[in-house]
Design a protein around this ligand. Structure first.
Ligand SMILES: [Zn+2]
Length: 461
């Protein structure tokens, strides 16, 4: 008598990412009630009868990919004619002033929803089933996370969403940002059925004074919530902190009690070896965004050194390129050319940064990040269109990092439910959704263009 399951994936190459990093050449995965109940060698059809049977011949099954850091609203500016109106920024701080801080004041609830919808669609196509987003929309704070949640739920992926609290303009606005995070955490984090959870986010230590840090830490402890911050992305962060506090950013955050296992630091491009020791000592995590770092020309983070030290590093896109395979490729290549050493960064290390390491960062490694019985069934089936060499347990990590792209993602399963099949989302009408997003973006671009060059009068002297 065969056991009944909901979904059975059969005869696929399975990249388990279990502690032995086992890869099954021809394996099966049985799913029931949203959980992986069995993983084994062979067809599986002799043991299980399934509501939905997926034949995985010539396919690769991987754990759902995870994005350690993103901003959905970053998608609103791709190719915008507005860039032609701006004096091109020559460094990171000008980039924030002339582009992002000029944009964020125009973001409303429609833009938050539309960008989250687009981002979730792109993530699903790219096999990303879990992420950490934060939004900066100072004129749409209260309730904005509900709009983002709604969009993510329509697509059907999992994630953390947060408001980027800052006191760039006022302390009151910073507290309102944190209050929005608290409201959302109270609403969602204790509810097992919710795929979207809340977290605490601060913009950066050069736009946040001690009192806002202290409030963030208090909330994180109160709700056992994740907290994160952009840290040492550009040199402005470092020198602002040295000038005002006599400490480098990581030293200051350590002194304030912000570092710890619940915390991840985004970027950490400028960190010294002493600061990395503090990150390691406190069990804090790092979100690495190589493509964004290249785009903003801020430098190269010491990722190979961090990995060697045992610091947990996850891979993010920082709201820039939503194809996770491209981000993996960038992480794989950047450190080689920077160090002039082709040995640094192996395909497996990069793939870990996109699966298990992010699960650890999000405190979800007991339920996500690998294909093992008892874990949530968040899975991606890749059907490579034109593999140039055979795909087998020896070659698979090389293919994942060098060959595959979002276009090869055939099926995506989240929490045991198929959300993308044969490369098409089945949870929403994709064309309708994309049309809606484009309408919202056109209106936003009109507003930006009519506003002209960004006004810089809000920059604090
Ligand atoms: Zn960011």
């Amino acid at each position: 008598m065969r056991e009944k399951v909901d979904v059975l994936i059969r005869e696929a190459l399975v990249v388990t990412m279990n502690p032995e990093r086992r890869v099954l050449d021809r394996g099966y995965i049985a799913i029931r009630n949203g959980l992986i109940v069995d993983v084994g060698v062979g067809d599986g059809g002799d043991k299980y009868s399934a509501e939905e049977s997926i034949i995985g011949k010539k396919s690769v099954v991987i754990p759902g990919l995870q994005c350690a850091h993103t901003h959905f609203y970053g998608l609103l500016l791709t190719g915008s004619p507005w860039f032609g109106k701006i004096e091109p920024p020559t460094d990171f701080q000008q980039n924030l002033q002339r582009i992002w801080w000029a944009l964020d004041v125009l973001l409303g609830y429609d833009e938050a929803y539309a960008s989250a919808l687009m981002g979730s669609i792109l993530f699903a196509h790219s096999g990303v089933t879990n992420f950490f987003d934060n939004i900066s929309s100072p004129n749409a704070i209260n309730g904005v996370l509900d709009y983002i949640e709604h969009a993510v739920n329509e697509v059907g992926i999992r994630g953390f969403i947060s408001f980027e609290a800052t006191q760039r303009r006022s302390i009151e606005e910073g507290f309102r940002g944190l209050a929005e995070n608290e409201r959302f955490i109270k609403k969602n984090n204790q509810d097992e059925s919710k795929l979207v959870k809340g977290a605490i986010y601060l913009h950066a230590s050069f736009t946040v004074k001690d009192e806002l840090f202290i409030k963030a830490i208090e909330l994180s402890y109160k709700y056992n919530a994740l907290m994160a911050i952009h840290a040492e992305e550009g040199l402005v962060d470092v020198y602002h902190n040295i000038e005002h506090y006599g400490l480098r950013p990581v030293e200051r955050m350590h002194k304030l009690g912000f570092l710890g296992p619940r915390t991840h630091l985004v970027h950490l491009v400028q960190a010294t070896d002493d600061e990395l020791e503090l990150v390691k000592k406190t069990g804090s995590h790092v979100a690495h965004n190589p493509m964004s770092n290249m785009l903003n020309a801020v430098g190269v983070a010491k990722i190979p050194e961090m990995l060697k030290m045992g610091i947990n590093v996850g891979l993010g896109n920082d709201g820039y390129i939503f194809d996770q395979f491209e981000n993996m490729r960038a992480a794989y290549l950047l450190h080689k050319v920077w160090r002039r050493d082709p040995r640094v960064m192996t395909p497996l290390e990069v793939f870990e940064m996109s699966t298990l390491n992010v699960a650890k960062m999000f405190h979800q490694d007991r339920i996500l990040g690998s294909i093992e019985p008892g874990k949530k069934a968040d899975l991606v089936i890749i059907k490579p269109k034109t593999p140039n060499t055979p795909i087998n347990p020896q070659s698979i990590y090389g293919h994942l990092v060098n060959t595959f792209s979002s276009k090869d993602v055939d099926t995506v399963i989240v929490d045991g439910k198929v959300i993308l099949k044969e490369g098409r989302l089945i949870t929403i009408d994709e064309e309708k959704a994309v049309d809606h997003v484009h309408r919202v973006v056109e209106k936003l671009w009109d507003k930006l263009l009519s506003k002209g060059a960004p006004q810089l009068d809000y920059i604090k002297q």
